[in-house]
Design a protein around this ligand. Sequence first.
Ligand SMILES: [Ca+2]
Ligand SMILES: [Ca+2]
Ligand SMILES: [Ca+2]
Ligand SMILES: [Ca+2]
Length: 480
Amino acid sequence: MRRHSVRLIARSFLAALFLGALPAAAATVSVNTLADELNADGDCSLREAVQAANTNAAVDACVAGTPGADTVVLPAGTIPVSVTINITDAVTIRGAGRASTTIQRGATTAFNGTGVVGATLTLEDLAVVGEVNTGGTQDIAITRVDFTGSTGTIVNSLNGAITIADATMTGGVNSLNGTIAISNSTLTGDGVNSSGGALSVTDTTVTGGGVNSNSGTLSLTRVRVLNAPSTGVNTSTSPITLVDSTVAGAGNDGVNSGSGAISITRSTISGNGDDGVGSGTSAVSIVNSTVSGNGGVGIVGNGTITLNAVTVAGNGEGGLTGSGTFSLVNTIVALHAGTEDGDCANPVASAQESLDSDNSCGLNAANNRPGVNPLLGPLANNGGSTLTHMPLAGSPAIDAGSNAACQAVDQRGAARPADGDGDGTATCDIGAVEAAGGVTPPPPPQPPANIPTLSEWGLLVLVLLVVLSAARIVPGTRRR
Ligand SMILES: [Ca+2]
Ligand SMILES: [Ca+2]
Ligand SMILES: [Ca+2]
Ligand SMILES: [Ca+2]
């Protein structure tokens, strides 16, 4: 009996010690009115709920928050907000779904963080007409949210981390030195910008703005950067990694770095106003990718530039230029006749099983194909998640590459090498696409906008149309 009591006391003591060490349980503050108010009329509004979460005290009919993270749960409906709501303690604001709950602030700041460290603002399952802003190292996390109301910066942080998943935004995302991670989202109206923070973007479309960082690492996987007014993907000193991505229709260069290393894999850089890939002293490595139809040069650089299974074609001012050391393997540089720099402004440093069409790249080593037309199809959806130039039947690029240097798949993800000329031997093709190469992956989710095809093909179609219409019109007028 006595021993039993001692055990009980010991257990109670330990339990008390254990519970005391745990943080207080987070409060769930349920909003029960759509009213835009902060008063004491016996209900719980959004503004009252956030105040309860901030101050950890009951506000009107809202239950008290707790020190640390609380959750404010919103009902369905539209909640007008006439003042900016300040966030001073960690809070999750959760709606009844992005199609059900809307916070209506207008084209100005809906939520403002005052920079309290640890006071992360989390928004989930709602629509917001308005912007979000935090200072200091205060973080922002956004999941399943639709933002409208602004075409400028919608989510902005000073040095906090921004995490955005499954969101749509009519504007962009900006941070001074915080990291930005965006996935499964669509951004229109502005881009993703940071001065020094690392940017990671996956499975996302960014239109009308670029992805830029001055000194933060840029990592883009399955991303489409379309119609940026200036450069599509840009950095000054940090590395850029682009995988399974498209950069098209930018006003300036597609991809540009001053000194940061550029790595591009299974991606298409096309139809940008100036150079496809512009670099200063950067090391540039491009594999299984297409650089075509850009207004300037395809690839320009002064560093070490290695191209393996790349198609550089039909760029407005030339294929390859700069004082860089260019090394080509299984690579096409073609269809720049008559441009400022031709296929190559200078002979390349080394080339293995590569092809040019104007004999300007110095492809003297055995097994290269200097001065031949690669017979490429237009930039088109040939399977995979990016647009590519398929070598046409009889193309000298088919089964003319190096099997020793062959990539396991082509830009589309189709297996290499494939027997493209039907002679029973599977040999790697030159360029980004393996003709008749294995399984064709599914087409991209949406057709990328504003991507021109090769100018030669455009001209050919135009000439054919003119000839056909002339052939129709002339006899018609004679009959009358
Ligand atoms: Ca109230
Ligand atoms: Ca709290
Ligand atoms: Ca082949
Ligand atoms: Ca063959």
